[in-house]
Design a binder for this molecule. Structure first.
Ligand code: FAD
Length: 407
């Protein structure tokens, strides 16, 4: 194929890293990056942390300087969604009716906040947090003494709660399940986070949801909870998770199953279309299919796919990891625990790492202010090794174990 055209739908983390890595890998064809947001690709993690706190400016959000794209011959089409994929014609139709022909299409469409249908959902002051514009609204409207109700005690909800509390807001978190982060974390780590938030004055109400939002003159002022309490609120953040952006792929007849289904090379059943990042459901070596929502996953998949496009054929294998910052506490998770039947707690002073096992096998490690253990476990898992419950529990030097494996 002569000077092929790689079209990337979605100008977020995965889209940016794919375009940049294609150039690093010496790809000489055309690279187009198409995004529905008006901005060049930017970092999302600060949106609930430093950017929301107002301690970093918008320059710190940019993934690269604006000149990077022209310098690397990456054509950007911003503020315009991909409306339709014409698979037979190998063409994309954009929302402004422009048509782009492609040789290979990469869907890097990300995810959108899960909708919650409760009365008052559309009142002013009721917001979600996914984009830079969402974060700027929240940053500019949160004040010392603002009454903030966060619906959903997941990562983003808890980070918003911590940042808002530090800015002097009066914060309540409503979590439908009996404990915070019930599905994602061990009970040890979830309890640690709940205590951390309580110690900083965040009111966490578990087994409680928002039943209705009431307003005055179009603006929210009260949240009625599922158990009938009425909470005064100036701002309500809805943070009950995200759903993958799959609409153009589904309309084009691609397989969807909690994300755009791809194989171990991140290709859909259409060999001319791949998917990466938050929108892609990919197989683990054990055969289970998962979809991850993390920077590391978006970056690793983008880098892998760039290599595949220029001719490498190995399957995609990566050890997932994730981080979160709340009240100066750094939580790092390596691995992915869909289930676990045993947790071994390893502590050293204020450093804690919770090693989670299923059927004797290590599935994930949650480290609280313990970056060294996190890094050593990552090295061990990446090298194909593991940590036994005995090694997790004892004074075994994990760095030596990692060195033995990595060589
Ligand atoms: P995105 O970065 O969301 O990019 C997808 C892009 O595609 C978006 O711009 C979207 O608008 C666009 N798009 C969608 N549909 C179309 C269409 N039809 N046409 C054109 N464009 C389209 N992860 C971590 O690992 N650690 C953290 O601490 C962390 N904190 C976070 C805090 C916040 C507030 C948020 C929102 C996310 C956070 N994440 C964090 C998650 C992380 O940002 C995502 O996993 C990552 O951005 C996924 O990259 P992506 O490229 O798949 O999706």
């Amino acid at each position: 194929m002569n000077a092929p055209h790689i079209a990337i739908a979605g100008a977020g983390t995965a889209g940016h890293h794919l375009a940049a890595t294609l150039r690093e890998q010496g790809f000489a064809g055309t690279v187009s990056l198409i995004g529905d947001e008006p901005d060049l690709p930017y970092h999302r993690p600060p949106l609930s942390k430093d950017y929301l706190a107002g301690t970093v400016n918008s320059d710190a959000l940019s993934l690269r300087a604006p000149t990077f794209y022209a310098e690397h011959d990456i054509v950007t089409h911003l503020g315009v969604p991909v409306r339709q994929i014409d698979r037979a014609g190998h063409r994309l139709v954009l929302a402004d009716d422009r048509v782009l022909a492609y040789d290979h299409l990469v869907l890097a469409l990300g995810a959108s906040p899960r909708r919650i249908d409760i009365p008052g959902r559309n009142l002013d002051g009721v917001v979600e947090l996914r984009t830079r514009a969402d974060a700027e609204w929240l940053r500019d409207n949160l004040r010392d003494g603002s009454r903030l109700v966060v619906v959903g005690g997941g990562f983003i909800g808890l980070e918003v709660a911590a940042t808002a509390r530090k800015r002097g807001a009066d914060v309540t978190v409503l979590e439908a399940l009996p404990a915070l982060m019930n599905r994602a974390l061990s009970v040890h780590t979830a309890t640690h986070l709940a205590e951390l938030h309580a110690a900083h004055g965040v009111r966490v109400m578990c087994s409680t949801t928002a039943a209705a939002l009431e307003g005055k003159d179009g603006r929210v002022h009260t949240v009625t909870t599922s158990d009938g309490q009425r909470l005064p609120a100036d701002i309500v953040v809805l943070g009950i998770g995200v759903v993958p952006n799959t609409a153009p792929a589904a309309a084009a007849g691609l397989e969807i199953d909690n994300g755009i289904v791809v194989d171990e090379q991140l290709a859909t059943r259409d060999p001319s279309i791949s998917a990466i990042g938050d929108c892609a459901a990919f197989p683990l070596p054990c055969g289970n299919r998962i979809r991850l929502e993390s920077i590391q996953n978006a970056v690793d998949q983008a880098r892998y796919l760039a290599r595949r496009i220029v001719g490498h054929t190995e399957p995609y294998i990566a050890v997932p990891y994730f981080w979160s910052d709340q009240f100066g506490t750094k939580l790092q998770i390596v691995g992915y625990a869909t289930r676990s039947d045993r947790t071994v707690v390893r502590t050293s002073g204020t450093k804690i790492s919770n090693f989670r096992f299923y059927d004797g096998e290590l599935v994930a490690v949650e480290s609280i202010n313990d970056p060294v253990t996190h890094l050593n476990v990552r090295k061990i898992l990446t090298a194909g090794g593991t940590v036994t419950p005995k090694q997790a529990n004892s004074t075994v030097d994990l760095r030596t174990l990692a060195r033995t494996l990595v060589g």
